[in-house]
Design a binder for this molecule. Structure first.
Ligand code: SF4
Length: 238
């Protein structure tokens, strides 16, 4: 682990810091990491609200910061349209997609395998091809049961730093930042979605858990696609 952030009690920070302090902390984390890793710091942009905050924060640190988007054949049309517009505005965002054939309705029969093929492997490819030393994500510890145990700075894969600069933000603070800075978001949020993924695996719910609408009806319900939990640095080539 290289960047010098002191790992604190994340759960305490969620409640102890106010919105402005969280923004400053996030900017400071990105700034420090960018000073250390330079062009090898890359933002993972999932096109969701949290990624749009992190992308905006990163651009405040330096307009030169690059990013990547992992998309799949199953993303909703609204997300595909949103992505096209964003990439047109930001050609420094590279898009990765695995278009190899997969079994039909794999998302129903084996969603873990489907996510491994369509999300995790293109993420590995992005990290390899963009020569990433530090990737920046929009992960937040208040999103749901699977996200409570992360840190702001991690080294889950040896030699690859993962920075989660808005880890301690509430959902409300994400919307507060987006509104204050007039940042465009995926129009699907206007329909009631709170967490966006592939169309077959993403639903609107009234559940308090922000990620409860993900993979409903499967063992993966409310869970993870794997990019935050599986090894990303491998010799595997897609
Ligand atoms: S979210 Fe669903 S459709 Fe998308 S990769 Fe995962 S299992 Fe497949």
């Amino acid at each position: 682990m290289s960047i010098s952030v002191v790992q604190k009690d994340v759960k305490a920070l969620v409640e102890d810091l106010n919105f402005a302090e969280k923004v400053e902390r996030a900017l400071g984390l990105i700034r420090e990491a960018y000073e250390e890793f330079g062009d090898r710091l890359v933002v993972a942009n999932s096109l969701g609200k949290d990624s749009m905050v992190v992308w905006h924060l990163a651009k405040r640190v330096s307009p030169d910061i690059r990013g990547f988007i992992v998309t799949t054949r199953f993303k909703p049309q609204e997300t595909k349209d949103f992505m096209r517009k964003l990439v047109a505005e930001h050609p420094e965002l590279q898009v990765y997609e695995n278009s190899q054939p997969i079994p039909e309705r794999l998302y129903e029969t084996d969603p873990d395998r489907c996510c491994e093929l369509l999300k995790v492997e293109p993420t590995r490819q992005a990290i390899r091809e963009m020569d990433v030393a530090c990737w920046v994500t929009g992960l937040r510890c208040t999103e749901g049961r699977t996200r409570t145990d992360f840190q702001e700075v991690e080294e889950r894969d040896k030699g690859l730093i993962k920075l989660n600069p808005i880890l301690i933000w509430h959902e409300r603070e994400v919307w507060q930042y987006l509104a204050l800075h007039d940042v465009a978001v995926n129009p699907l949020y206007g329909e009631g979605y709170r967490s966006l993924g592939c169309a077959p695996c993403t639903h609107i719910t009234a559940d308090p858990d922000e990620r409860a609408g993900r993979w409903i009806g499967t063992s993966k319900c409310g869970g993870e696609c794997g990019i935050h939990t599986k090894p990303l640095v491998t010799d595997y080539q897609i």
